[in-house]
Design a protein around this ligand. Structure first.
Ligand code: SAM
Length: 271
């Protein structure tokens, strides 16, 4: 495993231990029956797939399973995949606690285990996905390999434009739009709880522009049928200092008075 991957895995192991002790991940609400998915995640899935009954779904970068198990509650047969052993252990425990059937696999999303090939009707990933990935071409190839012909990749993530922005007023950028180069970023705080200081001191993140993402999907054999860019979001995904919350409860990001896209959603079936 590369040094960068190992560093990121240590960070996500640490976060997977902590998450759920904060208000960000509502584990109690989930166990009481609440759905952990955003309206956008559910709407995009409905638009791409329709009903989830009799659907085999692979949730890539599933973290500790709240979203994966929510898809199970909505009728899918689910497999969650994450490179964090702590996240996978917690996800399995959450499946047991919630009485939901699910399989969780520890693996690098860029190197899918062979036994998952051609096994899924949907590959899903959301919110905090590709900035952690060095090799988007390998990630897309993994997604395409996991799908059965006719299956679809549904990817929802923070817009790469938003990733660039350090402060909105004044406008300051501290991250490139694209190119995929590794950026070693010092940080000891995290999005779910800004008060806790982490033991891991760095992460490595990678800028991938929308053109690079779409091109990687097509090169992996997927057919891109839609790419939506969204100007609003249900959650600021930890970037509330940059965003404003409107009277409709939605979060938006303004630069010099203009709204910029903060999320995107890609649908890409395997022919
Ligand atoms: C921001 S979280 C995804 C959040 C998820 N949508 C949720 O709300 O729970 C990113 C996840 O990606 C995982 N991850 C990062 N790099 C990975 C890789 N190369 N392979 C597999 N999982 C990875 C992390 O362990 C973490 O669980």
């Amino acid at each position: 495993m590369s040094e960068a991957l190992e560093l990121n895995r240590a960070r996500w192991d640490e976060l997977a231990r902590l998450h759920g002790q904060d208000d960000y991940y509502d584990v109690e609400g989930f166990l009481a029956g609440r759905c952990a998915l955003s309206a956008r995640e559910r709407d995009e899935m409905t638009a791409a797939v329709g009903s989830l009954s009799d659907v085999d779904l692979l949730h890539v970068q599933c973290h500790f399973g709240l979203g994966t198990l929510s898809w199970a509650r909505l009728g899918a047969r689910v497999t969650g995949l994450d490179f964090s052993g702590v996240a996978v252990e917690r996800a399995r425990a959450l499946a047991t606690a919630s009485g939901l059937e699910a399989r969780f696999v520890q693996a690098d999303a860029q190197r899918l285990p062979g036994d998952l090939a051609a096994s899924f009707d949907v590959v899903f990933a959301s919110y905090g996905v590709l900035p952690w990935i060095a090799d988007v071409a390998a990630w897309m190839t993994s997604a395409a390999t996991a799908l059965r012909p006719g299956g679809v990749l549904v990817l929802i993530d923070g817009h790469p434009l938003t990733q660039m922005i350090d402060t909105a007023e004044p406008v300051r950028f501290d991250f490139p739009y694209q190119g995929g180069a590794a950026h070693w970023l010092p940080s000891t705080t995290f999005y779910a709880d800004s008060a806790t200081r982490l033991q891991t001191t760095h992460t490595v993140q990678y800028p991938h522009g929308l053109g690079e993402i779409v091109t990687a999907a097509v090169a992996a054999g997927l057919r891109v049928t839609s790419l939506a860019e969204y100007l609003d979001a249900e959650s600021p995904q930890g970037r509330q200092k940059l965003m404003v919350r409107g009277q409709d409860g939605r979060w938006r990001l303004f630069l010099a008075g203009q709204e910029i896209p903060i999320e995107y959603a890609l649908h890409a079936p395997l022919p």
